[in-house]
Design a protein around this ligand. Structure first.
Ligand code: HPA
Length: 270
């Protein structure tokens, strides 16, 4: 893994001289975020050695280097989900690469189902903690100390400083934000009624199929993380009955302009 990561990093460094300090994983809610980046260099995943390949037809698969304000960023346009069949090492490989490109702050977005009764569809949730309910752990196996320690402190998976800054910006821009705990499940099925109840009993506010592996690996390497989730469905009787990928995409698209503004400002000012 170490050699593969270094090989990929060296390849990317040869292609462009950027040293990004912010890494972005653009999930639902930030799909059009590349429009906010002064793009310097775009490279398709298929051209990057050792990168996992996007399997879903029509999905973006690009690594984008550029600037937001005076900050250098690298953004993943298209992420890898465990349910697609990738190993946890593949899902999190790009995060390892980002670290050695120079990234110190990782920003991740996703769509999730709301179980907190105060949430509404379209709400923007700043994730302050997560529950790892994925069936496999990305750090399982021999630990390579060059990446990080065997036993990782997870007392602050999502940076309080970044959350506070984002809340400050949200007030200023009059964007309503909530905060909450995200529970990561494998998917790809949406939850049954009983599973939604379980998620709620376990103490989470929202549930989705991504983010947790990437954040664990980022913390392994000492990165600061920020996660934002768009609530695209609510686990009441009606919503569970109708939830579909189409509905998720529509709700995420509606919230997207606000999420983009928030993230853009956070990067520019942090
Ligand atoms: N469950 C899991 N993942 C999701 C959901 C959900 O309700 N909505 C968007 N992603």
């Amino acid at each position: 893994m170490w050699e593969k990561v270094q090989q990929t990093v060296n390849y990317l460094k040869e292609k462009n001289s950027y040293t990004p300090s912010f890494g972005l994983i653009l999930g639902s809610g930030l799909g059009n975020f590349p429009d906010d980046i002064d793009v310097e260099f775009t490279i398709p995943y298929k051209d990057i050695p050792n990168f996992p390949q996007t399997t879903v037809a029509g999905h973006h698969g690009n690594l984008i280097f550029g600037k937001i304000g005076n900050k250098s960023v690298v953004a993943m346009q298209g992420r890898f989900h465990y349910y697609e069949g990738y190993s946890m090492q593949e899902v999190t490989f790009p995060v390892r690469v980002m670290k050695f490109l120079g990234v110190e702050h990782l920003i991740v977005s996703n769509a999730s189902g709301g179980v907190n009764p105060f949430y509404r569809v379209g709400d923007i949730v700043l994730i302050y903690d997560h529950i790892n309910f994925m069936p496999q752990h990305p750090l399982r196996g021999a630990n390579d100390e060059r990446f990080g320690p065997r036993f990782v402190n997870m007392s602050e998976p999502y940076s309080h400083e970044m959350i506070n800054k984002a809340k400050e910006i949200a007030v200023e821009l009059q964007i309503d934000v909530k905060d909450g705990i995200y529970l990561g499940l494998q998917g790809p099925t949406f939850e049954t009624h009983a599973e939604y109840r379980m998620v709620k009993i376990l103490g989470a506010d929202c549930v989705g199929m991504s983010t947790v592996p990437e954040v664990i690996v980022a913390k392994h390497m000492g990165m600061e993380c920020f996660g934002v989730s768009v609530i695209t469905d609510i686990s009441d009787e009606k919503s569970v009955a109708t939830v579909s990928h189409k509905e998720v995409l529509e709700a995420a698209a509606k919230a997207e302009p606000k999420v983009r503004m928030l993230i853009k400002e956070l990067i520019a000012r942090y």
